[in-house]
Design a protein around this ligand. Sequence first.
Ligand code: TMP
Ligand code: ASP
Length: 238
Amino acid sequence: MNAPTKTDMIAEGKAKLIYNTTDPDCVIFYFKDDATAFNAQKKGTIESKGILNNKISALFFKELKERGVENHFIEQLSEREMLVRKLEIIPVETVTRNIVAGSLQKRTGKPEGFELPNAIVEYYYKDDGLGDPMINDEHILTFGWAKREELDVIHERALQVNEFLKAYMGERGILLVDFKLEFGRTKTGEVLLGDEICPDTCRFWDAKTRKKLDKDRFRQDLGDVEAAYQEIASRVGA
Ligand code: TMP
Ligand code: ASP
């Protein structure tokens, strides 16, 4: 069967364009090279980022599916395009952390690199206008952003992705510091993992040198940004 084709653009995110397709249950992601940080206060482009993030995300989603972690991925269509199930996005992002960095470092005063005794799952309210504030499960239930059963699925999936990704990257000499996930509902109400999983949305450090191989190179002006994304793509074999 032929893959559905692009029709109208329905959304432009910071890193992707999203198109409706000839199949009402599917959308196409187009991965851009645009990069933003600090709620879009810092803007730039990372050469070939869209190509690398598309193939890295496709590989992770495929591997996750094979291990029973259901997600929206259907197939990679081209260098920059991915066909996925259409989801009604749940406005709750998870960040799962194994090692202290970024906002957790700021919030706790613990040094960057401090290894957590267990993984932590945090929730953030997906709202650019508010700067994606951190929230807890009581906010999520009270404001009706997700139901208890949905949140249980989200939490479990976040930990499953962590177990997979930590081991998969570990075997390739990379530490998984933390990562962000997004989820949505299919039209029958099933909660599915969506969005992307790539060096924009994860922190990856070289296990030996602790060199940052992710978007922190852009956020912190560390240089060699594209090379870091390339390094991740080649280590995972994407
Ligand atoms: P944080 O330490 O700044 O809270 O980021 C945690 C993780 O989430 C890190 O891997 C980067 C990712 N992230 C996003 O994907 N999008 C965002 O807007 C932010 C702030 C973080
Ligand atoms: N993507 C986010 C933004 O611009 C922030 C980040 O990844 O650091 O706002």
